[in-house]
Design a binder for this molecule. Structure first.
Ligand code: PLP
Length: 366
């Protein structure tokens, strides 16, 4: 605590990210849902072709080239796209733009009880009333639970994290239809790992209150680039732009914009990566189930697995960490009996399974 911090900062409870190993440390990193594959080779080419002289100049404020690439892919207009410094920034701007503060409204923002842990951090920091909607049996989200509940906004990650479960577009439509006066944010950080792929972006022309948030961090292997975007009606995009320009008008650099465009335009490579991860996910689920783990059906690039009775999630997390394998463990009540395990390459997952098998065998023999 510093006497120089204002009361807002003194009271803040910031987000805690998964650990990042130091450079040179050899680990199998399955703890922050990064992609194990390199970004598209077209990104290297974009860097090679980039004229460093361009960095003298400020970038385009709207990242218009990225908007155009996304719009083309989604069959929408560039005015339906907003680009930010990672989807965390896009989400932060959404919370500030579309949700009302405590005191100005009694209405809460609805989020699933177990979801992306940044949402409660934003609610706290921007002074928004939270309301957590419990998940049903098996960590399933029930759309009916978001109907008839007074609110000033709704945020749902689909597929959800850390549960890995997805809801159907029909469920999302039900929620949108029942809440025409609230902005509904669908955070699609993991949508590209759904099988079959479905996106709420297809609903944007029909729902002026829908915001779909995406990131290049997961399926495009660009977590280090920091580019995310929102897809929504022009009315909502204009609101986000007003908010951004009251904070930082140049959130994405010129080089970042060029790399992002290259990645988005190389859909063949993107599809290949997604298919590999989906295949390796099937292998991982089968291998874990054979060892006595159970987990909800995953539509993401991670699984949320409960170890067999002989070993606790916390113990397994610690033992794997000691062996140089990082997975994510949440101490939160209701989640602390599971591990969130990112899907790496097939080779990484085989090594992971081998170590897990040894841990389970050792625990059973005590
Ligand atoms: C990873 C993740 C994000 C953040 O992505 P960035 O673009 O890297 O900031 C947003 N939402 C969810 C649910 C995530 O898991």
């Amino acid at each position: 605590m510093s006497k120089f911090w204002n009361s807002k900062i003194r009271d803040a409870s910031p987000y805690v990210a998964g650990e990042q190993p130091r450079p040179g440390q050899r680990v199998i990193k399955l703890n922050t849902n990064e992609n194990p594959y390199r970004p598209s080779p077209d990104c290297s080419e974009a860097i090679r072709d980039f004229d460093i002289g361009q960095l003298r100049l400020y970038p385009n404020t709207d990242s218009i080239s990225v908007c155009e690439a996304v719009a083309e892919l989604e069959g929408l207009a560039p005015g339906n796209v907003f680009v930010g410094n990672g989807s965390d920034e896009v989400l932060a701007l959404c919370f500030q733009t579309f949700f009302e503060k405590k005191g100005l409204t009694d209405l809460p923002v609805l989020t699933p009880e177990f979801s992306y842990s940044f949402y409660p951090v934003f609610e706290d920091f921007y002074d928004i009333n939270p309301k957590m909607i419990p998940l049903r049996e098996g960590l399933r989200l029930e759309p009916e639970d978001y109907i008839g509940v007074p609110n000033c906004g709704i945020v749902i990650a689909n597929p959800n994290a850390p549960t890995s479960r997805a809801v159907t577009l029909d469920s999302i439509k039900k929620i949108l239809d029942a809440n025409p006066d609230s902005v509904v944010i669908i955070d699609e950080a993991y949508a590209y790992f759904m099988e079959p792929y479905e996106t709420a972006a297809s609903l944007v022309p029909d729902y002026p209150n829908l915001v779909v948030v995406r990131t290049l961090s997961k399926s495009y292997s660009l977590a280090g680039l920091r580019v995310g975007y929102a897809i929504a009606s022009e009315e909502l995009i204009e609101g986000l732009t007003r908010c951004r320009d009251s904070f930082n008008s140049y959130p994405v650099g010129r080089l970042e914009q060029a790399i992002a465009v290259a990645a988005i335009r190389d859909q063949d490579y993107h599809k290949w990566c997604r298919a590999e991860i989906i295949k390796t996910r099937a292998y991982t689920v089968e291998a874990l189930e054979a060892l006595g783990f159970d987990m909800p059906e995953s539509s993401a690039n991670f699984v949320f697995a409960r170890p067999p009775k002989c070993i606790s999630a916390e113990k397994l997390y610690q033992n794997l960490k000691a062996k140089g394998i990082l997975v994510r463990y949440f101490k939160t009540e209701g989640l602390s009996d599971r591990l969130r395990i990112t899907i790496g390459t097939r080779e990484q997952m085989e090594q992971f399974i081998e170590e897990v098998k040894q841990e389970v065998d050792d625990a059973e023999n005590i």
